[in-house]
Design a protein around this ligand. Structure first.
Ligand code: SF4
Length: 480
């Protein structure tokens, strides 16, 4: 159905009045402005005004990038829905597109520009709002793109779009979106799992990385505020939460708390059965946290430990804060406590000055440690980083090394699935299905496929793993 024929959800002004956490309005009056803090009359007026302006307007959020971006994109969508915009159906034209961008590599930036141009071409005349890391680093360049209508910080997207369609309401701050300079976010839509943002920014200065430039200093909000969000997620029937952030091992630096305390508190949230912790830097992965996960009924044996290079000289040039020996110690400790834990590892191929001997030594190191999976990143030269000034490895060698790491990853992953074959795991099944199969992940992140059974959607069931199928997913049967 086209946008015009679709049923549009009306703006619900009651939401605004009944929710004390809706911070403030600034309503334009000529050149000046009148601020109203929780003034019901003005709220009703502004609410009505906004409602009539955005009524029948539709939006679509296009997310590019990491799980953190995914959580933030989902929050932006909820904010716009709360303001009375309707989410465009799949394939339908929207009145405005929000493109949540990524700047982690030159390739990621290119994909963002391509996505913007493609949207403008496909949806001629539509409005495009750009936000996210790329817009923070190259906002001025993006503003020059004729396809771009507005560039906004993610905390201001809803407000700016409101103003775009309703210029006389100059500011609108939807509920619970920012605490200080922390944009709170969690993903919704898939009722099975939610990505909950617990930390943002990074104080490290790895020599190849632009993320701190885009996301600023390491910061988080108080544990109790995160627990309240987890309760909100639980109330929506979601079973599993994945904690996300830029450098979540650094959680609590700005509040005097730490990641272990967060995990201990979240474990008490009723309704959430499972948690996964995403990437933690090796130097920040403590034995206490590993011990906690090993004993926890809710935190799952799933770790993501970035290595980036298996050569100490390169780790030094990268300004990473560990040696390969420390990395190995942490990985082996996880394995000692949880022999079948899934361990994913980030690795960069072709960092400046990396020799063939160093690369081969890194491969042998990984082969010996047997992680479950490698996230391989071909080195990407980023402007304004120290690594960009170092002697570069030729592009063809970077690609070749990335390819060889990909082959190693496939072998490690297949080995991990073999080790799991024959055992019983606990799987949370998702709603998506394809070719008669439904899918889910075991506690240790084995992706299983089972003939579709609607009764199992969003349920956790014990399954016997039977071996990897041709598509690479583990075949399984439910244990009665
Ligand atoms: S830890 Fe290093 S690579 Fe990761 S976000 Fe911070 S600076 Fe970038």
């Amino acid at each position: 159905m086209g946008a015009k024929g679709r049923k549009i959800k009306p703006y619900r002004y009651k939401n605004l009045i009944n929710t004390p956490s809706h911070g403030r309005f600034v309503i334009s009056a000529g050149n000046g402005s009148a601020q109203a803090v929780f003034c019901p009359l003005l709220l009703i007026f502004a609410d009505y005004f906004m409602a009539s302006s955005v009524h029948h307007k539709t939006f679509c959020v296009v997310n590019l990038g990491c799980k953190l971006n995914f959580a933030e994109a989902s929050t932006i969508a909820r904010q716009l829905s709360g303001m009375g915009f309707a989410q465009a159906g799949e394939g339908d034209a929207a009145d405005i597109y929000v493109v949540h961008t990524c700047a982690v590599t030159a390739q990621a930036e290119k994909k963002c520009r391509q996505a913007i141009r493609k949207l403008a071409k496909q949806r001629h005349g539509t409005a495009i709002c750009v936000t996210g890391c790329y817009s923070l680093i190259k906002g001025a360049a993006l503003e020059q793109m004729p396809e771009v209508s507005l560039v906004a910080d993610k905390s201001e997207v809803a407000q700016k779009i409101g103003e775009y369609f309703s210029p006389s309401v100059s500011a609108y701050c939807p509920a619970g979106t920012s605490v200080g300079d922390f944009f709170t976010a969690y993903s919704s839509g898939d009722r099975t799992r939610s990505f909950l943002k617990v930390q943002d920014g990074c104080d490290y200065r790895c020599s190849y990385c632009t993320v701190p430039l885009a996301r600023g200093e390491s910061r988080s909000i108080a544990i109790e505020k995160i627990a309240a969000q987890a309760e909100e997620i639980a109330a929506q029937g979601v079973n599993e939460i994945i904690l996300t952030g830029v450098n979540i091992g650094d959680f609590g630096k700005s509040t005097g708390e730490n990641l272990l305390q967060l995990a201990q508190r979240l474990e008490k949230v009723k309704g959430i059965s499972r948690y996964r912790i995403s990437s933690v830097e090796p130097n920040l992965l403590t034995a206490e946290l590993v011990d906690f996960v090993a004993d926890s009924p809710k935190f799952l044996p799933h770790f993501h430990i970035p290595l980036q290079s298996g050569a100490n000289r390169i780790l030094g040039l990268m300004r990473r804060r560990y040696t390969r020996e420390l990395f190995a110690e942490k990985l082996l400790y996880v394995r000692e406590k949880m022999p079948l834990a899934f361990i994913g590892v980030d690795i960069i191929a072709g960092f400046p000055t990396e020799t063939e001997a160093e690369f081969e030594s890194a491969c042998a190191f990984l082969q010996a440690l047997q992680p479950s999976y490698l996230h391989v990143f071909p080195y990407s030269k980023r402007p304004n980083t120290p690594a960009a000034e170092m002697p570069q490895v030729p592009g063809a060698q970077i690609s070749d090394r990335a390819k060889r790491l990909g082959t190693l990853c496939a072998a490690l992953h297949a080995d991990f699935y073999k080790k799991n074959t024959g055992r019983t795991g606990s799987v949370l099944f998702e709603s998506a299905h394809k070719n008669g199969y439904m899918f889910g992940f075991s506690e240790n992140y084995v992706k299983v496929a089972l003939p579709y059974n609607a009764d199992l959607v969003n349920k956790i069931a014990p399954v016997r793993m039977l071996g990897a199928g041709e598509d690479g997913n583990m075949r399984c049967e439910v244990v009665k």
